[in-house]
Design a binder for this molecule. Structure first.
Ligand SMILES: Cc1cc2nc3c(=O)[nH]c(=O)nc-3n(C[C@H](O)[C@H](O)[C@H](O)COP(=O)(O)OP(=O)(O)OC[C@H]3O[C@@H](n4cnc5c(N)ncnc54)[C@H](O)[C@@H]3O)c2cc1C
Length: 392
């Protein structure tokens, strides 16, 4: 067991942190207030190569191995103050690009990956529906066979990057009532310029406000068979194979954010004086900081284990599920405690801590709620019926 980063990983981490600190998130507060997408920062990320980190070189990426990709994303999350920008990057990579990497045909990869890796195209995952959130198998969007393709009807909601996206990975019902629920769904690559694709209203949210979110309607959208991802009826397998990447890699940046909040809190604990001494001298403050450190280290270990398993080409569903729960809840707790350590400054908008807390609160919900993740984990641990039906 080797817990050391390689020299190459350490060098990469340093470069990414410097890039993210100097070039990204300068207008994070304004973006948060306005709820606007940071186009210039998106371009900077693209130029730096962020959007192609896990993409093989032959498709225009840098082909980082999974563990190194995690180290890179953690560094991005640590250095960049704009968690919404980082979330947009993560959605692009782990809700869209990963599907192509795992299931794309050579032709689909050639067509989409170079442009996704260069940032010319923005990716999104259109999965949730108004009546099908955790219970994705109950989705009602349909894809009917028509000629040499399919025709999509239905509506998706809560799509991160949706309002600015060019490529949607989506799931629709292709099977009839006879097939098992898991065999009734198929995955498709839908581009925003296809007829009948309508981006519906942008949805305003509590945090991660620089990641735009919206709905997308498929109003009789004709989708060629060449845009089917995986096989017909294999949509649920496409979804489950990609989700272990989403549930862990998307949360690498959270670990970086935890470290940033820890450092900010340590600085404040040492510099803020009350009753004639620094507030860090009070156990009520110092123990919070100790707990932040514990959460950070635990999160990192779980995450790196997933990265290692994926690098070895192994399945990591229980590990990714645990990482998702521990890291997303750990960041909420750390942001809460950072706010408390900062007193009024933690509550006011000026120092950005309250924004960090609002940004953190989405983590236990997206990529499958933590309640559902606990059901999945209990099932994987041997409890029969802990999550009936196969939820998100
Ligand atoms: C910031 C953010 C970004 C998102 N981005 C995307 C995106 O890009 N694409 C996309 O398709 N979706 C996205 N979502 C939607 C997300 O996937 C769903 O919110 C999530 O799957 C839960 O669905 P729901 O909101 O409809 O809640 P529901 O499924 O209605 O759940 C409501 C409550 O009931 C609980 N519950 C439901 N079923 C069970 C069960 N079996 N056991 C225990 N508890 C249960 C849940 O835990 C939750 O507390 C995003 C959500 C957020 C907050």
């Amino acid at each position: 067991m080797d817990f050391e980063l390689t020299e190459e990983q350490r060098r990469l981490r340093k470069e990414i942190v410097a890039f993210a600190r100097e070039e990204l998130g300068r207008d994070a507060d304004a973006r948060d207030r306005e709820g606007s997408f940071p186009w210039a920062d998106w371009r900077r990320c693209a130029d730096f190569g962020v959007l192609g980190w896990p993409v093989p070189e032959e498709y225009g990426g840098s082909g980082l191995d999974p563990l190194t990709t995690i180290v890179a994303l953690e560094a991005l999350g640590y250095g960049c103050r704009d968690n919404g920008l980082v979330f947009a990057v993560n959605n692009h990579l782990w809700a869209c690009v990963i599907h192509l990497l795992l299931h794309g045909t050579p032709e689909q990869k050639r067509r989409f990956l170079p442009q996704l890796a260069s940032g010319a195209l923005i990716g999104a995952h259109a999965l949730s529906e108004p009546e099908a959130g955790s219970d994705i198998l109950s989705m009602t969007t349909t894809a009917r066979r028509e000629g040499d393709g399919y025709r999509l009807h239905g509506g998706k909601c809560f799509v991160s990057n949706g309002p600015v996206a060019d490529v949607f990975v989506t799931l629709a019902r292709t099977g009839d009532g006879g097939a098992r629920a898991q065999d009734q769904l198929s995955a498709f690559l839908v581009t925003s310029d296809m007829p009948g694709v309508v981006k519906t209203r942008e949805q305003s949210k509590m945090g991660l406000r620089s990641t735009p979110m919206g709905g997308v309607e498929f109003d009789g959208t004709p989708v060629p068979a060449s845009h089917l991802l995986g096989r017909e009826g294999g949509g649920y397998q496409v979804f489950t194979s990609a989700i272990e990447w989403e549930r862990s890699f998307m949360f690498a940046a959270h670990v970086g954010a935890m470290e940033r909040l820890l450092e900010t809190s340590v600085r404040h604990a040492n510099s803020r004086r009350q009753f004639g001494r620094s507030i860090g001298a009070y156990q009520a403050v110092s123990h919070r900081i100790a707990d932040m450190r514990i959460r950070l280290e635990l999160s990192r270990m779980l995450l790196y284990r997933v990265g290692w398993l994926k690098r070895e080409g192994r399945l990591a569903l229980p590990e990714a599920t645990m990482a998702k729960i521990v890291i997303s809840e750990g960041l909420v707790q750390t942001a809460m405690e950072a706010a408390e350590v900062h007193g009024a400054r933690g509550y006011l908008a000026d120092d950005g801590i309250e924004r960090e807390l609002r940004d953190a609160l989405g983590g236990p919900v997206y990529a499958g709620t933590n309640a559902v993740q606990r059901g999945i984990l209990a099932e994987l641990t041997g409890v029969r019926g802990a999550l009936s039906g196969g939820g998100m």
